[in-house]
Design a protein around this ligand. Structure first.
Ligand code: FEC
Length: 315
């Protein structure tokens, strides 16, 4: 029998159905249930995107199975005597990170690699996923290695660059001057205190943005945050809604948003950008478009599979 390597594919997670939103939101809030008003507001956002469907779940399923296929194709081609088996571990919904690790243990897996479906490392995001997986793996006797980030993997940069260049072509076809389209790279905000902790999140996001701008020949770009939490502490800014106001003062008419911190179609893109930011842009008389998400793009899957193999081979 071939040597079996487990791959824990970790993702944010989304409710399984509308009646699961409260449990999901309570988990995000570390066990504190939301108020009725907060719950209604989140339910309305899910209703608004695609009528109560949760696209992140299907996207994560597809990414995990495409990754397993790619890993086993690469190992077969290289003649390695190993088989990769992917397990899902979600941060805020079942199957939770701990469930994925337990399942590996039950299946007799003794060595594994963990990767998060988010390319940039922060101690508050990817670091949290890894901590939970590591603790459970230790308890289950599984030797586990991790991919911490892959924000500059050439296949990731290529996939994002193709999307930016393709959308800029469309702006041009619609009569815009290419260089005058403002490209806004964006990512999920985090509490600003991460900067004092020397966290690499912001710098890694800027590195991805610079690499894509360079590869597409874009000089008219800036980075902005989105989807900040509603807590009393300061979050990293500027938020995209403020950035749009500033751009309007500068008389920018065309904006292309590239949410490089996310990899799937989900609430933070389909609502925060496609509904909220688009409406704000319309109010300001600006045209706002967004690049397609990576979802199961073979280039993204290549970035994931090569990162997993690299981590596995590392001592
Ligand atoms: O489509 C879906 O159902 C899920 C979309 C979704 C993704 C996502 C990714 C990230 N988050 C990150 C950080 C935070 C912090 C808080 C927080 C809160 C929420 C809430 C929802 C939500 N997040 Fe999320 N996030 C997604 C959804 N997120 C819903 C709760 C309501 C709200 O604030 O809008 C604040 C927690 C707290 O209260 O203490 C912090 C980061 C990412 C990107 C990296 C990753 O995917 O892990 C960072 C997708």
């Amino acid at each position: 029998m071939k040597r079996q390597i487990g791959v824990l594919v970790m993702s944010y997670g989304t409710p399984a159905s509308m009646d699961q939103i409260e449990a999901y939101y309570t988990h995000i809030r570390r066990g504190n249930p939301p108020t009725g008003e907060q719950l209604q507001e989140l339910t309305d956002r899910y209703e608004a995107i695609v009528g109560g469907v949760f696209p992140l779940r299907a996207n994560t399923d597809k990414q995990a199975s495409a990754l397993q296929e790619a890993l086993n194709r690469i190992t077969a081609e290289s003649g390695r005597e190993a088989e990769f088996v992917c397990y899902q571990g979600l941060k805020h919904a079942a199957p939770f990170i701990e469930d994925g690790v337990s399942k590996m243990g039950e299946d007799g897996i003794r060595e594994a690699v963990g990767i998060v479906l988010a390319p940039h490392y922060s101690v508050m995001s990817v670091g949290g996923y890894i901590k939970r997986a590591r603790e459970k793996a230790e308890a289950c006797g599984i030797r586990m290695k991790f991919v911490k980030s892959y924000h500059l993997h050439p296949a990731l940069i290529e996939a994002l660059s193709r999307r930016v260049a393709g959308k800029l072509d469309l702006f041009e076809e619609a009569g815009a001057v290419r260089d005058q389209v403002k490209v806004l790279f964006s990512a999920h905000s985090l509490p600003a205190r991460i900067l004092e902790m020397g966290d690499p999140y912001r710098e890694q996001l800027l590195e991805t943005s610079r690499a894509v701008a360079e590869q597409t020949g874009v000089s008219n770009w800036q980075f902005t945050w989105q989807s900040a939490g509603r807590t009393s502490e300061p979050w990293l800014g500027p938020d995209i809604l403020d950035t749009l106001k500033e751009l309007s003062v500068e008389q920018v008419e065309d904006v292309l948003v590239a949410p490089v911190g996310f990899v799937s179609d989900h609430l933070e893109v389909l609502y925060d950008l496609d509904i909220e930011a688009k409406a704000a842009a319309k109010e300001l008389d600006m045209r706002l478009e967004r690049i397609e998400m990576l979802n199961s793009d073979p280039l993204y899957i290549k970035a994931l599979s090569e990162s997993v193999i690299h981590a596995w081979e590392k001592e």
